[in-house]
Design a protein. Sequence first.
Lengths: 203, 597
Amino acid sequence: MPVEVRGVIALRKALNAYAPDLAKELTAEITKSLKVIQKDARGFVPSSAPGGLYNWDRRSKTEPKAFNTSGRVRPFPRYDAAIIRRGIVYRTGYGKPNSRGFRSLFRIKNTSAAGTIYEKAGRLNPNGSGESRSNNPNAGARFVQQGALYGSKKSGQDMRGRVIYRAWAQDEGKQLKAIFDAIDKTDKAFKARIASGAVKGAA
Amino acid sequence: MSNIVIDILAEFTGKNAFKSAETSTDKLNKSVKSLGKTLGLTFSGAAVLAYAKKSIKAAAEDQAAQASLAQTLKNLGLETGNTAEAVNGFISNLERQTGIVDDELRPAMDRLLRATGSVSESQKLLGLALDISAGTGKDLTTVTQGLQKAFLGNVQGLGRLGVGLTKAELKTGNFADITAKLTDLFAGQAQRQADSFKGSIDKLAVASNNASEIIGTGLIAALQGLGKDQSINSLTTDIEDFATEISKSIQAIGILLEQLKSIPDLLAKTGGPIFKLPKGLTGAIFDLEKLFKFTSVGALSGIFDFVNKGVSGDSTAAGLAHLAELQAKYSASTLKNGKKLTEEELKQLKAKQLKLAIDKANLVLGKGENIFDMEKISLAAAEKNQAEQLGKITSQAQLLQITNDLARLEIKQSILALEEAIATGNVKAITAATNKLNADLNILGVLTGQKIKLTEIESILKGILPKDLINLANLNEAIRLLGLIGAGTGNTMATHAAPILGDPNKSPTAVPGSSPVLIPSIYAFGQRPNQGGGYDFFDPEKVGMFSAGSSGSKGTTIVVNVNAGTIANPDELTTIIQDAVISLNKRGDLLTYAGSL
């Protein structure tokens, strides 16, 4: 018999079914916290490509969005701050379960290709890589020199980056606490409502 | 698309996760089950009806699709007598080779035929579409739509498929060039996929589906055969009649069993042979007879003729003996069933006990889940570390918080133990783990409720809290020691001299005592007391700071050498600092403040 863990998903389902107003309130509260991280992260995106990587920059809208297209599976994206900022998003819906059976409930994402490169370039090879087949094998070192990595690396989880990881690290858990508080508050309000008999059939 | 995500909260949903991760092997299993298991093992009742229904539906859809394709060929003027048959044969072969069902292939072919107006061109493009679909992972319908539009001049859809063509190539190249490049890029992809394990499974699934369609076609023909005039209207009427008779017969079987039970009592009451069967029993048998007649089981109908005509006097004894035998068999069967039921009940009871224990455990787990929060503990641990670094663990609240965290960690361990116990299905282990978790939860409840007496952890507090240096007792002790210094006599310090400030609440009235002070330690207004009880100005010569008689030596300049190590020149220093900063950045030890770039 599989163990059924009751938690936030169950609470949100119950709220949607029996107290939609509380569900909306909870989503709004969480969104507020996620927006703080999103705004901070967008603020960490430089308006032009970091120094020393000038050719990566897409200086005008007339320039192509990618280069080195020949012989590549996928063209290399140019640095465009507007696209990167637009790609930093938050989601409050349930994600798909991962291989270990966990579903993400709330998340911040850096979705653009250039944003991903700027986020984590140099994490693997901070001194560049001689074995790299890249056109610029020392890009890793150049990135690290121009923009430091923020956050921490734990076993199995590398949370170092320059945009969303940086915003998350510098927030120091304040928004996380706010999200927990919002969930606790809603949970209490819902239970109180059930106890008072205002919600029928939810017990 | 590469993607970077911070998962802020996640929840374990194991059951659903594993459901979602259902593999293609499971899908095949389902398909094969529907054919093999249904036909081979449980070829009866509702399963057969459900399978037959599904097969008929599949066959009907297949026939409709074939007809639609034939109509398209006819409309395009491509039908030359056997073109539809040839195209369907081509699709069947393709289906078997690639493992893609004809339900997908036929509409794709239909679409391409309408765009190109040529069977050979459509076959070529369908082959290309299969390669692209296998190479990109896009479904066949999307790829075919893209090719259809591209053939008609709209190449944008093809660009969106992500096939590796640049905008320039799409704009400048004609359709022939584009298809030539696509053929080069995706050559052999469909074959590769068909030869893979997944392809093999798909092929088997296709075979299973085809079997369903073939059976469905046969069933349609068989059902049409049941109708006398081969029309669907009479067939549906017959089906409804069949269903009505089945329903009546089921009711009749129930009545028959009930009446059989009452036969011994009836025999006892009448004390003789039965000449007339009860009305209900007759009706039931009549319904059964109708059913068997309907289904053309003629051999059995004779039995019902025998019953309806009544039982003759000669055969009464034999009939009674047969009834007695039936009753005995029924009793034995009932007893056997009773025993079976008891065993089943025992099994159910055990299962219920296990379920009860697991439910109880889940309830406690739910409680634990609410309390345990790794992030909160991490935050508390971080706070604790900061406090330790600053040496400021001074409040009982902090200590209580740390104790709470330890209790939470203990709960987490208990939860894991309980989950393991549940996985093993051992009731004793589950009960023990549940009790342990309950105990841990109680401890945490006491801690969070602050019902614990703080005096009980006084010893811990003593060990952690720093000594308070400034309090009244310490001040009084310091004043007493000062008094001892002031009351020293002769060459030794007075051991019981009166303090300068005997009473700390009173002001001193005079310089204390007539006893001489040999080594005064207290200075007043730049002077110090002499042995006569008066005060002298401070003379550096007396303490040997300067030698007497060396005039001018008092004005000697004092040089202080400070050893500051090696001082580099500014350029070198700048380089060293820059290197150090870069090195720190590489290691992740940041020097920049929040928001800087």
